[in-house]
Structure formats: C-alpha cells, structure tokens
Design a protein around this ligand. Structure first.
Ligand code: SAM
Length: 516
C-alpha cells in the first residue's frame, strides 16, 4: 500500500467561512493501519448494541412480509442496560439497537459443503458445496442461481448460491432465462459495463485483458474456486442482495489487473449506525426536536419566502426548519447555503460555490407528502448503478458510475458509523466525514461499516460534493445526521465519482494528496 506523504487529509463538507464553528471540516486522515472490516448500510441512522447476543443486522426480504427498512442502528456497549432515554427508540420499528452490527450469511448460502474458502469476509459464506457433492443434492431444490456468465463457446454458464465454481452449469433453455429474469438483468448490466471498458480508448491493455476474464468465463477460472475472482463475485452478489431490500440498483466490485488484489473487507450498510454516546448528543440536539416543538420553543417567523419543490407545498415544513435551525441570522457569521431542490429531486446548482457551507432539508410525515416527493431524494437512495473498481497502488479502489449522472443529481448517501470525532475514538480516520451543522464535532466513519460511497477518491477538480442532509421519515424518528453525495457537473458513464477532500486554502498549500 502506498500512502500519501502527509498525515492528514481533510474533506470539507460544510462551508468554512468566518467562524471557527464553520471551520469544522469533514476530515480524512491517512493512516498506516491496515484496512478494517466493513459492513454495508442503506439509508438512515444507527445507534449502539447491548450485549453480545444483540446484533443489528441489515434488513432481509421475508416472502409475504412487508419490508421494514431500518432507518438507524444504535450500538450500545456490552454489559450495560439500555438507557432510559432510549426506551422510546426501542419501540420505533425504524430503529434497531444492539451491541454489534453484523452482515449475516443468508440462509440459502449457509448450507455448507466441503469447500472452505481461504478468506473471511462479513456476510460471505466460506463453506460451499463442490462439484463432487452434486450427486447427493441433485434432486434437492436448493439450487438457486447466483449469477450467470458467458463461456468462451458463447454458452450461458450459471453459478449457484452456496456452491463453488466447480459446480457451475451450462444452461441453455429458455425457461431458465424466463425464471431468472432478475439475475439475468444484473449479469447483463455487468456485461454492458464491461463492454464499455473494452471500447474505452483510455483503458489499458491490462484492463482490457482482465475485463475479458469477467466477460468470457474460462475453464481454468471455474476450476480454481480459491481464485480471488470468486471473492469479487461473492462480494458483488451479497452486497447487491442488501441493496435489493431497499429497491436499490446492483453494485459490483472489479479489479482490472492481471493479478487481482484482495477486495475490500468491510460490513455493508444502507443506514447509519450511531454509537451510544453520539446518540445521547443527537437526542439532545435542537435539530432533533419536531417541527411543532421547534415552533413552540423558538419564536422565529415561519419561513414563507422560499419556494419548495414539495408535492404538498401548503403543508411542507422544510423551509420552517431551515428558518429556525440553519438560516443565517445577524449574530451568526457562518453563512450556510440553502440548497433548493428542483421538481425532479435534483439540486439547483445555480451559483454553486464549493467553499460554501450548505445543507439539504428533506420532508418528513409532517409535510404530508408521499415517498415520491422531490424533497425526499436521500430517503429514496441511490438510483444509478455504481461500481468500486481497483484503480492503482496509490488510490486503490475508487467509485465509478456505469450510467450518466446529470449535474445536481443525487448519487448516493455517505453511510457509516456516527461517532465523536475526537482523537480518542479508535478508527481509520481516512474514512471520516466530519459534520459541521447537524452534529458538530461528530464524524461519519465508513472504514468498518459503510456503503459504496466510502470508495470516492479525492480530486482537486471534483465532480461531486458531500452535503449534510436534515432528513427523517417520521418526526418521531431520531434526527440522525446524514450526508448526501450530489453531482456538481454532468458525470459520464464510466467516469470516477470524485470529491475534494480539502478546502480551497488547503489545496493551495498542497497539504495532503497532491493534485496531478
Ligand atoms: C476514503 S478512502 C477512499 C477509498 C480507498 N481508495 C479504498 O480503496 O478503500 C481515502 C484513501 O484513498 C486514497 N486516495 C483517495 N484519493 C486519492 C488520490 N487522488 N490520490 C491518491 N490516493 C488517494 C488515499 O489512500 C486515502 O487515504
């Protein structure tokens, strides 16, 4: 691993203008510690876990049952009773409390066979069945398709959940395609992206050679179940499964090198996980008050000067929240910018200045709008298929889009663990995003638990930006800090999604990752 020469990288999400308060920045600190294990989080917030037996797990689909999407996980320390202040949270179906966040191995993959993988990754089965075990299971119905590939003869090859690569089969009947439409859709999306790399004039010969490994499956790969290729395949599959619960697109991990490097190892989450100490701060914060409470306690004029893109503008409370909590007053030197949504949920980027402090405010049940409201964009989550691809020894993995993204479009939420940003907390700080407005002094750290946003690389001329987002579905949910990633210019399919880890002044001082 090659690290950059300086020890601190800072990622700015707020807009530091005048006060020291404003100067808190999202910070990425380089560290020489090895990469920690990650989890995947979807959309909302998390708290702590109590004892070893209590776990926060990502949501799964139970046939016939409605999907409850967890909004927050709360991690509570072991051997301590749940605090009284959290009692109300325990009744909220959007909040899960536990001592640890885990990515469990789905039941259909946990069958177990003779093959033991060399690698241990959260939520990925190590034990699988082999081709030798087929006869014992031939007539059982536990053959569910994981993914499909085309082999060098143009035949459709199918790999099965819980079986290693030696048990992959050629499938050539139309029924198979009809019955596995979803799997076929994901495999086709993967191949479309891989073909675009084959055509890319900037792709190196090594990338093209390696891309063919994914496009045209060969016998030697099938016969090497310990090949890292299969670990990439599993990570893509099991993390995509978590995405699907939240109706989010598939994701993929790639390494376009002759010799593959180890894929990233972390727990995948689609909601933020909050440490107990930070949950105390969150619950006590003014931003956590409901709109009604805010209006009663703070005698400030209701905002009506701003337009709202809410589908129910007469009842929309977002501008009131802005006015009471974030709008600059004569006594605040810190000028936070109101980021207005357009009717399609994208942000109005007119006059956007990357140095400005900025916030997006989203609707809750108090606004009386539906989940399709333009002012609930972060709540709906990612819509474009993104991939984490290994770039080089310096950057390692970065985030790329497989689809065109327009300026102002929401890309993804930055998910991870909400924790106190002081130096005492043990973590890899290079995955910190520092919060300025909603929970100052805290960070969202995605080193151990996060989603694809953790792979965004630094660029001196970024195409995306982090924006703190005041968002909860119900006023009774805790207002856990959230950070959205929006495009600040059009991003073409295949491009990297990059943010600036630094403020303008730091870029000039050449502190941190150099601009190339
Ligand atoms: C938040 S992580 C990004 C994901 C990381 N690349 C990975 O593979 O997990 C930040 C780290 O990525 C690397 N990085 C990001 N952008 C870079 C750039 N433009 N040049 C060199 N290294 C970069 C640095 O090691 C930095 O500490």
């Amino acid at each position: 691993r090659i690290f950059c020469s300086n020890s601190h990288i800072r990622v700015v999400i707020g807009a530091p203008t005048h006060t020291s308060m404003c100067h808190r920045q999202a910070r990425i600190k380089q560290s020489s510690t090895s990469r920690s294990h990650l989890l995947y989080c979807p959309t909302f917030y998390i708290v702590y876990v109590m004892n070893q037996t209590v776990e926060i797990v990502p949501d799964t689909i139970t046939p016939g049952q409605p999907i409850v999407r967890t909004a927050v996980g709360v991690l509570v320390p072991k051997d301590q009773p749940i605090k009284r202040e959290f009692a109300r949270l325990a009744d909220n179906p959007n909040v899960k409390m536990g001592h640890a966040y885990v990515n469990p191995i789905p039941a259909e993959a946990a069958l177990g066979g003779r093959f033991l993988s060399r690698y241990e990754y959260p939520g990925i089965p190590r034990r699988k069945r082999t081709a030798d075990e087929i006869s014992a299971h031939e007539h059982n119905d536990d053959w569910r398709v994981q993914s499909t590939y085309t082999n060098i003869y143009g035949q459709l090859l199918c790999s099965y959940i819980g079986w290693n690569s030696t048990a992959a089969f050629v499938q050539n009947n139309q029924n198979f395609i009809r019955e596995n439409r979803n799997v076929m859709r994901i495999s086709n999306a993967r191949d479309t992206y891989l073909r675009s790399i084959q055509r890319d004039p900037e792709a190196t010969d090594m990338m093209k050679r390696s891309t063919r490994k994914w496009l045209l499956m060969n016998r030697s790969l099938l016969n090497t179940p310990h090949h890292l290729f299969w670990l990439y395949e599993d990570l893509s599959y099991y993390h995509t499964k978590i995405q699907q619960v939240h109706d989010l697109p598939p994701l993929m991990y790639f390494c376009f090198r002759d010799v593959l490097v180890m894929p990233p190892n972390f727990k995948y989450t689609l909601f933020n996980v909050v440490e107990e100490r930070s949950m105390d701060t969150i619950l006590a914060a003014k931003s956590n008050k409901s709109v009604d409470e805010l209006q009663k306690s703070i005698k400030r004029k209701r905002a009506d000067a701003l337009d709202t893109a809410c589908e129910n503008p007469d009842q929309c409370q977002c501008n009131t929240i802005w006015n009471i909590l974030y709008a600059p007053t004569r006594s605040t030197a810190c000028r936070t910018r109101y980021m207005a949504q357009n009717g399609d949920g994208s942000l109005d980027m007119t006059g956007f200045n990357i140095s400005d402090s900025r916030i997006v405010i989203e609707c809750s049940d108090a606004c009386g709008c539906s989940s399709k409201c333009p002012r609930r964009r972060c709540q709906r989550g990612q819509s474009k298929m993104l991939v984490a691809a290994y770039e080089n020894e310096a950057i390692e993995f970065c985030l790329r889009t497989t689809e065109h993204i327009r300026q102002g479009e929401f890309i993804i939420e930055y998910c991870g663990v909400v924790m106190n940003g002081n130096a005492g907390t043990r973590r890899d700080e290079s995955y910190d995003v520092e919060l300025n407005l909603i929970c100052p002094g805290h960070v969202i750290n995605s080193a151990a638990i996060g989603n694809l946003s953790r792979f965004m690389a630094h660029a001196c001329e970024p195409n995306a930006v982090l924006i703190e987002t005041h968002s909860r579905i119900k006023e009774e949910d805790p207002l856990v800090p959230r950070v959205s990633v929006y495009a600040i210019r059009d991003i073409a399919a295949g491009e990297k999604v990059e943010i600036s880890y630094y403020q303008a002044e730091q870029l000039k001082s050449k502190d941190g990752i150099p601009c190339k």
